[in-house]
Design a protein around this ligand. Sequence first.
Ligand SMILES: Cc1cc2nc3c(=O)[nH]c(=O)nc-3n(C[C@H](O)[C@H](O)[C@H](O)COP(=O)(O)OP(=O)(O)OC[C@H]3O[C@@H](n4cnc5c(N)ncnc54)[C@H](O)[C@@H]3O)c2cc1C
Ligand SMILES: *[C@@H]1O[C@H](CO)[C@@H](O)[C@H](O)[C@H]1NC(C)=O
Length: 419
Amino acid sequence: MSAPHEILVLGGNFGGIGLVHYLFKITIPSLQKLDPTKTFHITLVTPNTDLFFKIGSPRALINDKLIPESKILRPLSEGFSKYKPEQFTLAQALATSHDASKRTVTITPVGSETTKELLYNSLFIATGTTSSSPLWTFHPDPALTSAAFKSLHASLPAAKTVLIAGGGAVGIETAGEIATFFPSIKVTLLSGAAQLLPNQSPVLGPRAQAYLETHAKVEVIHNLRVYGSDISETGTTMTLSDGSTKTTDLYIDATGGKANTEFLKADWLDGTKRVLTRDAYFRVKGNGSDDVEGVYVLGDVVAGSANSAMALDGQTPTVASAFAVDFARKVIGVEAGEKKNPGLLGGLVGLVFGKKDAAPSLVEFKPMKDTIVVPIGPHGGVGLVMGWRFPSFFISKVKGKSFLLELVDPLLTGDKWKA
Ligand SMILES: Cc1cc2nc3c(=O)[nH]c(=O)nc-3n(C[C@H](O)[C@H](O)[C@H](O)COP(=O)(O)OP(=O)(O)OC[C@H]3O[C@@H](n4cnc5c(N)ncnc54)[C@H](O)[C@@H]3O)c2cc1C
Ligand SMILES: *[C@@H]1O[C@H](CO)[C@@H](O)[C@H](O)[C@H]1NC(C)=O
């Protein structure tokens, strides 16, 4: 047997966790059917040791009873301990630089200054984004996320005013939760744009605003952004984009995140610092002359991504199929969909069992367009399915009641993928 093919996965949350399981469960067995002598090793580089189910954050920030922290922060070991060390390594580290020509990634372990270079044969980038508040994404120090929840649990019961910046789904959901569970708090939402949900179908924002105002008594203010904040004994004083100031007991930043791509060269990235792709199978584009063979990207860090966990359900099989096709061509020597020269015995087996030894084919990515569910409190909200209006009671059934917590186990264990 030759040395294992080294697959490096950067980022271990929604995209990275799902991908590692998909590769072990579906892609690698299919390649080994084609050539049983091939072995694989996956290294997952990520600073966190827990899965963070951030979809549950808007409710989990209310208190530790509605959604206990242990339900949205779950040890990665629960999902990965089934893989043997010769198959899988978890490196608790940040990727800090990348050398395309040497095919290496330099990593910096959490809490350390010493770096380490990892060689890869194939590379997947799934490093997502970092929001300014650790309530929505991990920060380089993953412990800050738990600390942020605990701090809000302690301060919300005494707060009289809460100001939330960000008119996207996260800001709207958070405003709805706080206003519902603390009806005495005056909640103000600064949208920063001309309407709520500016990146969605234009019918949705005004509906979200009407729901927030009538059902949750949230005040919505448009076209105003927070430029700075200053915390003192009497609360937080915000400086706003119109030059005015506003004082609030609590300030929650729910504006979007920045792509985690500091370790990549700028000529691989778009204007939002997300990774450019060269085709519809999430192969990385590079700068035109760098070695990007076997380099892929998935999740929120993809240029033009929908920034949704739902997109990963389709993207993961697609990007894994690109890897499988590339591996079959380069390492095994067969083209997509083609049969490996079977030899006499293999040919007979093929005749009996069908195209078991056919090389992998590319899987198309067909995202669900115009689909979004935004609960506003436990009883309703707004949403669209393929552009159609989602009735409010249905929003509550689908997401508002339990914040999709039923998705945690299948993601963590890999059970969501059926071989
Ligand atoms: C409040 C909230 C509600 C949401 N609701 C929904 C919803 O209802 N439906 C839906 O489809 N989507 C929803 N989303 C979006 C969804 O959570 C994201 O699209 C999804 O998490 C993206 O996955 P990802 O793997 O790309 O990024 P992430 O899940 O952010 O994972 C990125 C990982 O990379 C790690 N990392 C960062 N930098 C580095 C580095 N340099 N080296 C190594 N690792 C690194 C991070 O620590 C993290 O583990 C919601 C998001 C939020 C915040
Ligand atoms: C791509 O980047 C490499 C390394 O930085 C550089 O040598 C090369 O000239 C770049 N190619 C293009 C087309 O810009």
